[in-house]
Design a protein around this ligand. Sequence first.
Ligand code: ADP
Length: 362
Amino acid sequence: MAQKQNGLTDQIMTALSKVQEPELHRDLVTLNMIKDLKINGDKATFTIVLTTPACPLRARIESEARQAVLGVPGIKKVDIKMEANVPTDGRSRGLMSLPIRNAIAVGSGKGGVGKSTVAVNVAVALAKSGARVGLLDADIYGPNVPTMMGIERLPVPKADKLVPAEAFGVKVMSIGFMVKPDQPLIWRGPMLHSAIRQFLTDVEWGELDYLVVDLPPGTGDAALSLAQSLPLSGGVIVTLPQQVSLEDARRGLEMFRQLDVPLLGVVENMSFLELPDGTRMDIFGTGGGKALADAANVPFLGTIPIDPSVRVGGDTGNPIVVSNPQSPVAKALTAVAEDLAARLSVAALNGPQSFIPINMIG
Ligand code: ADP
């Protein structure tokens, strides 16, 4: 009996070793993704441990694993539990010894392109998928993440640590909490450095799968010193489709490259307006973000349509991925979050060299 069970276990593992993780291009068994396999009569029960709860191919992996195991003679029922364990690229943990598995910086060439909107909605979408997420608003020129997340103030500090605010399952810290709104500060390099270090070391983040950082726009000293203070897993550039914005975005990409931050890709925001009859109106031109990404040889992460409810949601502290998750704009933002999560997993498991190098910028 025990021998028969062992035989079945082997056959199931062999069957699962033929199922590929579509993004990592290796099989589920080699990737150590199968856990707690049990056989009870003709029923097999096991857990698939994904590399991110925001896995865009979750349903496909589950269905292929089920089919493979149902192909084993003697197995008629399959019960699969899906879990996730997000890998780390080691950068964040190594340098600051923080339990943050991945840090993603969201930057832009200029202000007003939707950088904070993308950072907020990506963070919330990742948290909705079940990941542990932090959002650090380091935009010294316009720290509007608290408004976009509907947060007025920080909780009372605990012992010697600052406690991040929490909204929509995301832990939030903002440079806006540190300065009085009517007293704008002129941030000098060393001051900014110490503020950022404080954000990382003096804040009770707890364990995080993803820390999303909303960088200041542009490529000024501020952005440079910020990116240097925080070891980043990857950078994202948000741009509008029109030429002038793309030129700024190109400089943003160049900034990440100089800082040795792996480029996760380009997001094109406010790409088009969908009219009531379903047709698309290109307000700022079309295809620019994709062309920029192609020219710089970095991934294009997608286009986000214009939707007035994004602005309303931003002003009232209701991110669109929560307030209207079925809208095309929320779906596009969620897809960007899933794509980023998948790319970070691939990079963490394959090593940083698996990022596409930037061949040509400028
Ligand atoms: P940045 O961080 O680049 O300065 P924000 O995220 O603050 O830009 O966005 C600027 C303004 O544009 C905000 O009022 C925001 O709500 C709005 N906005 C951003 N993306 C969209 C979109 N896709 N559709 C409609 N409004 C948007």
